[in-house]
Design a protein around this ligand. Structure first.
Ligand SMILES: Nc1ncnc2c1ncn2[C@@H]1O[C@H](COP(=O)(O)OP(=O)(O)OP(=O)(O)O)[C@@H](O)[C@H]1O
Length: 347
């Protein structure tokens, strides 16, 4: 079942192509994260869905209602779509209660009850209702912004980097809290973020944009383990990329013979291994293929090793590994691969 359908959306600003032919489906109650480098079109996509911009081509359909098509666009305030921006955009001169209830009918008992319901929903203390926004922390202000957006009972919630101004610990807490609230309310959400870890942990669908095009959409696991190309692989996490020859369900590479997932291609390929699949074992007598540690960078729980592989004209491979039993520069090591490696589908 689909709540929101984006069909071949395109948008230009003058000669700059902000979005090109983007199609995506959002299921009811689901969480989608839109990721991509700066300038890839993430905010433009959100603005088209919200109704702040009109697409040059394509169609937006929400619950069977066409919101934009062929120059026609339903105005933003009639779309039933909530939005929380990076800065929350609260009204500084209004109390928290009035911020939450902005747009509600004044002086009704329902208004007061709804304010209480909303402040409870976003897990803020009711004592904060009489305060002004500047008397709240950044995270608390974002919760108020969420409460205000929820107050309009949206059919869809758009979050435009709402956690980016918060520090790391708070950011994670907020992300979990917001997830909980939206899930409990059963509201489908689209989150725009620069942060790949945030996208992978928040969403059940991740959409990767690059230069205005949708590169890939799928579950976090699909995208992390089976990225479409090397750029998507590196965008979503660290990766070791190696040339290999694929034959059946295995591939031969500088690390020896490895198992491959979905052996769609054979012959000369490029494989991707996530660093957590690689176990670095100190082994003075390791037969080839093995290698020698050329650099160690200790950084607490994990460390980064550069390992020069035997007999191959490749630069040393860089591996993040647990700092437990960390080898030293000059040590001979064996690299054991756990699980299957990924072959890129193209090129
Ligand atoms: N109002 C505008 N006028 C002209 N060009 C624009 C406008 N808005 C966006 N663009 C251009 O469209 C492209 C996509 O911009 P967009 O803001 O959607 O990217 P983004 O992925 O959200 O970037 P960021 O992560 O930096 O916020 C960029 O090349 C940008 O310069």
């Amino acid at each position: 079942m689909t709540l929101l359908t984006l069909d071949n959306l395109s948008k230009r600003y003058g000669s700059a192509v902000a979005l090109s032919d983007v199609s995506l489906s959002i299921a009811p109650g689901s969480r989608t994260a839109v990721v991509g480098p700066s300038g890839s079109g993430k905010t433009t996509l959100l603005r088209l869905i919200a109704g702040f911009e009109t697409p040059d081509a394509g169609r937006i359909v929400l619950k069977g209602e066409v919101l934009a098509q062929g120059g026609m666009a339903v105005p933003a305030h009639k779309r039933g779509i909530g939005i929380v921006a990076q800065d929350g955009a609260l009204f500084p001169h209004l109390s928290i209660a009035d911020n939450i209830a902005f747009g509600f009918e004044r002086g009704t008992p329902e208004r007061e009850a709804r304010i209480l319901e909303l402040i409870d929903m976003v897990e803020l203390d009711r004592g904060m209702l009489t305060r002004r926004p500047h008397q709240l922390s950044g995270g608390q202000q974002q919760r108020v912004a969420l409460a205000r957006a929820l107050g309009r009972r949206p059919r869809l919630m758009l979050l435009d980097e709402p956690f980016s101004a918060l520090d790391t610990g708070l950011r994670e807490n907020m992300r979990k809290a917001v997830s909980r609230v939206l899930e409990a309310a059963g509201i489908a959400t689209i989150l725009v973020t620069h942060d790949q870890a945030e996208a992978l942990s928040f969403a059940d669908q991740v959409a990767v944009l690059r230069a205005g095009k949708l590169v890939q959409a799928g579950t976090p696991r699909q995208l992390y383990l089976h990225p479409r190309d090397r750029e998507a692989a590196l965008f979503l996490g660290d990766a070791v990329l190696l040339p290999a020859i694929a034959r059946g369900n295995v591939a031969d590479c500088a690390l020896g013979r490895v198992a491959i997932a979905a052996p769609a291609r054979q012959g000369k390929v490029e494989i991707m291994i996530r660093p957590e699949q690689i176990r670095v074992v100190r082994d003075d007598a390791a037969p080839s293929p093995a290698g020698r540690v050329v650099e160690v960078e200790f950084s607490g729980a994990t460390s980064t090793l550069a390992v020069a592989l035997d007999g191959v004209a490749l630069p040393p491979i860089v591996i993040k590994t647990s700092s437990v039993a960390l080898p030293s520069a000059g040590d001979r090591v064996r690299l054991d691969i756990a699980g299957e490696v990924h072959i890129f589908g193209e090129g």
